[in-house]
Design a protein around this ligand. Sequence first.
Ligand code: FBP
Length: 278
Amino acid sequence: MHEIFNAIKKSAIKIKWLIENEDTGYSTNINSTGDTQLKIDIKSDLIIEEELKKISSVKEIISEEKESRTPINKNGKYLVGYDPLDGSSLLDVNLSVGSIFGIYQDGYDGKNLKAVVYIIYGPRLELVIADEDVKLYKLDENREFIFVKNIKLNEKGYLNAPGSTQSCWSKKHKQMIDDIFASGYRLRYSGGMVPDLHQILLKGGGLFSYPSTSDKPKGKLRMVFEVFPFAYIFEKAGGGAIDGKKRLLDLSPSHPHDTTPCFFGSNEEIKLVLKYNE
Ligand code: FBP
């Protein structure tokens, strides 16, 4: 597992260079879910694939930017599902973005996750690893990732990150979000899943939501590449992650690019979502 973590750390440094130097314009390629790919999406995906190919314990990889799985080592143990550059549409306005990695074994269901890593490309290059617990690392002057601290959520937070198109919200969801703000929560939403969830994790708690909406009844965020990895992290950090009713890590995608509504938060906020969805 540690050789996979090291391959991800090497990828992080190379992708950081791309972000600082590469053209953030669109390519002519359309990915498997109909999004026009940025040149940097394609290059980040290639960097990660090259690094993971060198790892004997990696059996297969699947990227958010590709339709199908890529076999690596038939005797490998782990399957790696990843989003090479989540929120990349924010790069041209110089906002923080991230890379997300779910390390699975024997399948891509939520219950098959063995560890998770995400990278955040912000003012600093930081990386979070979740296996038994959740640890924050940052890149130091020697280009080494050094341990900063363990990440633990409080029982209740004060930040609210409400995603998706508000005009397409259900009445019930709008009521819940209004009530949460009326109770004193602060709005914190950049449109980048990684920085938005990173802020809630490091500031001790709150709620991130990307619900089912009239324009996206199955939500927008993808189970294997985005949702399961953060559900794993929020649970390991002492919080919760649900689809409005069910525990996200109990879900099984019928296709690697399946999406789901999702709510990530500290325990009090997750209880609140369950109450509004009774
Ligand atoms: P990509 O995977 O295409 O980057 O989309 C994911 C994302 O950008 C998330 O990072 C973010 O939370 C969400 O979409 C923003 O969606 P919206 O603009 O609808 O609120």
